[in-house]
Design a protein around this ligand. Structure first.
Ligand code: PLP
Length: 416
């Protein structure tokens, strides 16, 4: 007998299951295109050089407070820097100095257990206080969005994000669905850049139209920002959509779930923040209320987010020399991914593999929806020992000079 004997089976997490299966495979040819982590051309993890330098500085400073509790909201200096990275306070052309301060006041920030924790906390805040009737989730999406909103008790509906025939973002489908069916105070999940799993993003013009739509219909945008700087190599460019919503729609309130897993390579350190952007007319009383409710949720859940990784990010973002080094590391990662996209495309072209493959170079970020069916993916894994998600999502970062030809030949084999 056990209290838990009647528990239902909980669904496994696909990327972590695929990763487990890869580790067990003894084939010398095996390739891991499953999990979304950065790998070098040798297939190894890469602690960012700037992170190693920041760690050294922190270690040498040997601050006796370094293991103390922080505040419930986390480290205020880290939060200021994190918010600034997202919103670029005062950076808009022609801004007076005081503008930065006004803009900063519109954002309430709290440190979270990385991007997942930020998504979860934002869902919880909205579910308890705004009570949306539904959350609109892109189809497809990062699978955890479903779990997060289900646990928060908010029913979800899907909008058609991906046009499989064009292998691109389905703007018409997205716009039509939200325009016709979304209601005031519904939430819409938007991947701020480098959509996971498709690698297909809206254009700036399309973002502008989606922003207008949210404003006109009173839909609450919820940005998931997991790849800022990692996607294009330019942190400002990758935050374009969020900054547009912030500056152009001063009367729309929205959430941003920010992760430092990929852009700082701090996956296991769990560094992130949740930002709530308020309207330009919101009072300090409102801002205080949002802040205290967030603190209340965090206190009852885990008291405060861990401080170690946030200390590293703070050290880097507060120092111009280290910031420059971080930029170099972002360039290294984003360029290697870009190079591998071209290498895979070139190998497929050389093999004359049936089908159209330009999406491999047009899509952005860690992932590409390669365009294989579930049964083709099965053959990729069982016959060729190449691991990927059954949707055909591949993590480009798992490719390198040594395996890209082998992967292209396997793709060629399964599609012929
Ligand atoms: N959101 C998206 C779209 C992601 O791809 C990921 C990570 O893969 C996350 C959020 C959260 O990651 P983490 O919790 O490590 O910050």
């Amino acid at each position: 007998y056990s209290l838990f004997s009647t528990l239902p089976e909980a669904p496994p997490d696909e990327p972590f299951s695929v990763n487990g299966a890869y580790k067990k495979d003894c084939s010398p040819h095996k390739v891991n295109l499953g999990i979304g982590v950065y790998r070098t051309s040798e297939g190894s993890p890469w602690p960012l050089r700037v992170v190693e330098e920041a760690e050294k500085q922190i270690h040498e400073a040997s601050d006796i407070n370094r293991h103390e509790y922080t505040a419930i909201q986390g480290d205020p200096e880290f939060l200021n820097l994190a918010a600034d990275l997202v919103f670029g306070f005062g950076e808009k052309e022609g801004s007076a100095v005081s503008v930065a301060e006004q803009e900063r006041k519109r954002v309430v920030s709290i440190q979270t257990v990385s991007g997942t924790g930020a998504n979860r906390l934002g869902a919880e805040l909205l579910a308890r206080n705004v009570r949306p009737r539904c959350v609109w989730i892109p189809d497809p999406t990062w699978a955890n969005h479903y779990a997060i909103w289900e646990l928060a008790g908010v029913p979800h509906k899907s909008y058609p994000y991906y046009d499989a025939s064009r292998k691109a973002f389905d703007f018409e489908g997205t716009f039509r669905t939200l325009a016709e069916s979304a209601n005031e105070k519904d939430v819409v999940i938007l991947h701020a850049c480098a959509h996971n799993p498709t690698g297909a993003d809206p254009t700036e013009e399309q973002w502008k139209m989606l922003a207008r739509l949210c404003k006109d219909k009173g839909i609450i945008p919820f940005f998931d920002l997991a790849y800022q700087g990692f996607a294009s190599g330019d942190a400002k460019k990758d935050a374009w959509a969020i900054r547009h919503f912030f500056h152009e729609l001063e009367l729309v309130e929205f959430c941003v779930a920010q992760s430092f897993s990929k852009n700082f390579g701090l996956y296991g350190q769990r560094v992130g923040a949740l930002h709530i952007a308020l309207t330009s007319t919101a009072t300090e009383v409102v801002s205080e209320k949002v802040f205290s409710n967030l603190c209340h949720l965090v206190r009852g859940e885990y008291s405060m987010a861990p401080r170690g990784g946030a200390e590293i990010v703070k050290t880097v973002l507060s120092n111009n020399k280290l910031r420059k080094k971080w930029q170099e590391d972002l360039t290294t990662m984003s360029q290697r991914i870009q190079k591998m996209r071209h290498a895979l495309f070139n190998e497929l072209s050389k093999l004359n593999t049936p089908g159209e493959w330009t999406h491999v170079i047009n899509q952005i970020g860690m992932f590409t929806y390669i365009g294989l069916t579930e049964s083709q993916v099965k053959v990729m894994t069982e016959k060729h020992h190449i691991y990927m998600l059954k949707s055909g999502r591949i993590s480009i970062s798992g490719l390198n000079e040594h395996n890209v030809r082998y992967v292209a030949m396997a793709i060629d084999d399964v599609v012929r």
